[in-house]
Design a protein around this ligand. Structure first.
Ligand SMILES: NC(=O)c1ccc[n+]([C@@H]2O[C@H](COP(=O)([O-])OP(=O)(O)OC[C@H]3O[C@@H](n4cnc5c(N)ncnc54)[C@H](O)[C@@H]3O)[C@@H](O)[C@H]2O)c1
Length: 273
């Protein structure tokens, strides 16, 4: 059989990049997708320099026409898609619900939730014809817990978890599994830079994590890779927390409530103390 084909959305940086490199190193043909051309092309170059195979497709996952074009391109080059990792995302806006502009809500929903749905639907149709597929959605512990300042982000990520469960039931009979990974704080280059600058946000998050540290992008890539294997064929419909146990702590919520309340003119206007 030819090499398996893995499509990783938003793989021009951070977690997606680590996942793309992991699949490429182990012999998969990798479709690197991003909306930032330079970032995506540079990951493809890394793959090719290491002797791997791949293609970069510039596409916005929140645009259904661009998603269809991406799957057409993938089919044209590699014939099919075996693995889909829905990873593309925009960071949470860190806003209390009372201060949240409509555009923030809509943007987050459209990239995370619509984007995951559009890609999952196209992948499912292709995988059902080949009789094999693995779909892994990157969600967040915010989508399990509800976290202060992440109303839009948590709701989108919770939607992804529910979509994962429904898709697992609908697609399981076709030898397609659908699972989600819910990371806590991840040591991406962005978060490592914040840590270097002494950000209290990272400090509180690490203090509230029983293992005392962020998860690395490579650790996430390992679990995604396992869930995508033949060996994981009976793990289906799960949302696996990868957070060092951080979901049991509320110090981050307390920190965010104080931090965002101090910035909020609405909260100041209603505060009676
Ligand atoms: N970093 C964390 O601590 C953390 C924690 C939990 C979950 N996550 C989730 O992991 C995923 C990756 O996050 P990251 O930290 O690596 O972020 P990142 O910003 O480093 O990478 C996200 C990538 O997605 C791309 N992207 C954004 N919008 C897109 C769109 N519409 N179409 C295609 N690509 C698009 C960006 O250009 C970027 O390259 C996201 O879904 C995020 O919500 C991150």
């Amino acid at each position: 059989m030819d090499d398996k084909v893995a499509l990783i959305t938003g793989s021009g940086s951070g977690i997606g990049r680590a996942i793309a490199l992991k699949f490429a190193k182990t012999g998969y043909a990798v479709i690197v997708n991003d909306i930032v051309q330079a970032a995506g092309e540079s990951v493809l170059l890394e793959i090719q320099r290491d002797g791997g195979k791949g293609q970069f497709v510039l596409a916005d996952v929140s645009d259904v026409a661009q998603v269809r074009m991406m799957f057409k391109e993938t089919k044209k080059t590699f014939g099919r898609v075996d693995i889909l990792v829905n990873n593309a995302g925009v960071p949470g806006a860190f806003s209390l619900i009372v201060d949240m502009p409509d555009e923030t809500w809509q943007k987050t929903m459209s990239v995370h939730l619509n984007g995951t749905f559009y890609c999952l639907r196209e992948a499912a149709k292709s995988m059902m014809t080949t009789g094999f597929g693995r779909i892994v959605n990157i969600t967040s512990i915010a989508g399990i817990l509800g976290t202060v300042g992440s109303g839009e982000y948590g709701a989108a990520k919770a939607g992804i978890i529910n979509l994962t469960r429904t898709a697992a039931k609908e697609l399981g009979p076709y030898n397609i599994t659908v699972n989600a990974i819910a990371p806590g704080m991840v040591g991406t280059p962005t978060n490592l830079k914040l840590k270097e600058k002494g950000s209290p946000f990272i400090e509180i998050a690490e203090k509230g994590t029983p293992t005392g540290r962020m998860t690395s992008p490579e650790e996430i890539a390992e679990i995604v890779f396992f869930l995508s294997s033949e060996a994981a064929g009976n793990i289906n419909g799960q949302a696996i927390r990868l957070d060092g146990g951080a979901a049991i702590d509320i110090s981050m919520d307390q920190f965010m409530r104080d931090f965002l309340s101090k910035k909020s003119s609405f909260i100041k206007s209603v505060r009676r103390d």
